[in-house]
Ligand binder design. Structure first.
Ligand code: PLP
Length: 372
């Protein structure tokens, strides 16, 4: 049976469609004007000197790790409560992901635990602005500056989010924004790395382009990858970044609808902006269930109402490729594990209306009443 509400839906208008068709008619399908225009518009929006468009958030994170010179034997401190790519990118370069627990309210890396985890092999901290909520950037910046560590921001879910009035993506040596279709804006597949550092920008540009020198020949100057963005994606992104404030405002509105409606639902709470979050960028409608409610049973119950809901996320240190090689086990990061067990995502997209939010919350209310 089909769902009564979609889990998500990209906000694509005629302008986006026309822009992509124009690219297709132009004959230039990669490394052209659309990519350069998108990069410039994105750098301008975030307020950084450099932006490099690539093929995905995962490849972007990988390039940031590589460009920071992180390799075998190096340690990178990061969050166990995240989408899997933010830790996998460390493994891609045979470095060691050192997980530290998160703060219960913000669900982001706890700076005290991060400081305690620094060793003489630590090279970087990789904070994840999860669900559009900025990490504790004052403390994390002080930690990185004080200990000479690089910072790679995973801002894949946080375009436009602000920490004490400053946009995420401007704090780290580099930062990554993903444009997968479930994100605040999309290019189909794709991502951008932002950085204030010229050398980092040109290293990433070269690594993403088969190791070619910028402005050089077709031949590779160094070992690299093909992580380029297509012109079709860039053209889509250029229109979307022009609409980003409109789209973030729509998402804020949908989040408010959920907040109001869920206020009356016992056992479930919508996540909320922390005190230093001057702007939350709404990525999804993430709800935390009170114990002892069983998240998976709630999701199953919702499906009987033909309302989709998803587990967001699992605790990364318990995945077999981290647990076994690095000796992690259950109980290592109790806060992350508790959040992972109790959080789920409800349907969320820019054009979700009050009647649909009501329908979703009614189903949730019914399921919780029966499980309570
Ligand atoms: C989406 C996402 C990524 C990866 O982006 P892709 O474009 O899907 O490769 C990385 N980290 C976080 C937190 C994400 O939400």
């Amino acid at each position: 049976m089909t769902d009564r509400v979609p889990m998500g839906s990209p906000d694509i208008g005629d302008e986006e469609i026309e822009a992509v068709v124009r690219v297709l008619r132009s004959g230039t399908l990669t490394m052209g004007e659309a990519t350069r225009g998108f990069e410039a518009a994105f750098a301008d929006y975030i307020g950084v000197p450099h932006a490099v468009a690539v093929s995905s958030g995962t490849s972007a994170l990988h390039l940031c790790v590589r460009a920071a010179g992180i390799g075998e034997g190096d340690e990178v401190i990061t969050s166990p409560f995240s989408y899997v790519a933010s830790a996998n990118c460390i493994l891609f370069e045979r470095a060691r992901p050192v997980f530290v627990d998160v703060d219960e309210a913000s669900m982001t890396i706890d700076p005290g635990f991060a400081a305690a985890a620094v060793t003489d092999r630590t090279r970087a901290v990789l904070p994840v602005h999860i669900f559009g909520q900025p990490c504790a950037m004052d403390d994390l910046t002080a930690l990185c500056d004080g200990r000479g560590l690089a910072m790679i921001e995973d801002a894949c879910e946080a375009i436009g989010a602000e920490y004490r009035g400053r946009k995420v993506g401007t704090f780290g040596n580099s930062a990554v924004f993903s444009f997968f279709p479930n994100k605040q804006m999309t290019t189909g597949e794709g991502a951008i790395v932002t950085t204030g550092d010229e050398a980092t920008a040109s290293a990433i540009r070269s690594l993403a382009n088969q190791g070619r020198d910028p402005g050089g020949t077709w031949l590779s100057a160094r070992f690299g990858y093909n992580f380029r963005m297509t012109e079709m994606s860039a053209a889509l992104g250029l229109v979307q970044i022009g609409r980003i404030e409109e789209m973030l405002a729509k998402r804020e509105r949908v989040a408010s609808l959920y907040r109001e409606r869920l206020a009356g639902v016992a056992g479930a709470r919508l996540i909320e902006p922390g005190p230093a979050t001057t702007r939350m960028s709404w990525f999804a409608a993430i709800v935390r269930l009170d114990p002892p409610l069983d998240r998976d049973r709630v999701i199953h119950g919702m499906s009987a109402h033909r309302i989709p809901a998803r587990p967001y996320f699992s605790a990364l240190h318990l995945l077999p490729w981290y647990r076994e090689p690095f000796g992690y086990s259950e109980g290592d990061f109790p806060v992350a594990e508790r959040i992972a067990r109790s959080s789920l995502a409800l349907p969320f997209h820019n054009n979700l209306g009050a009647p649909e939010v009501d329908m979703v919350c009614e189903a949730l209310e019914d399921v919780l009443r029966r499980s309570g």
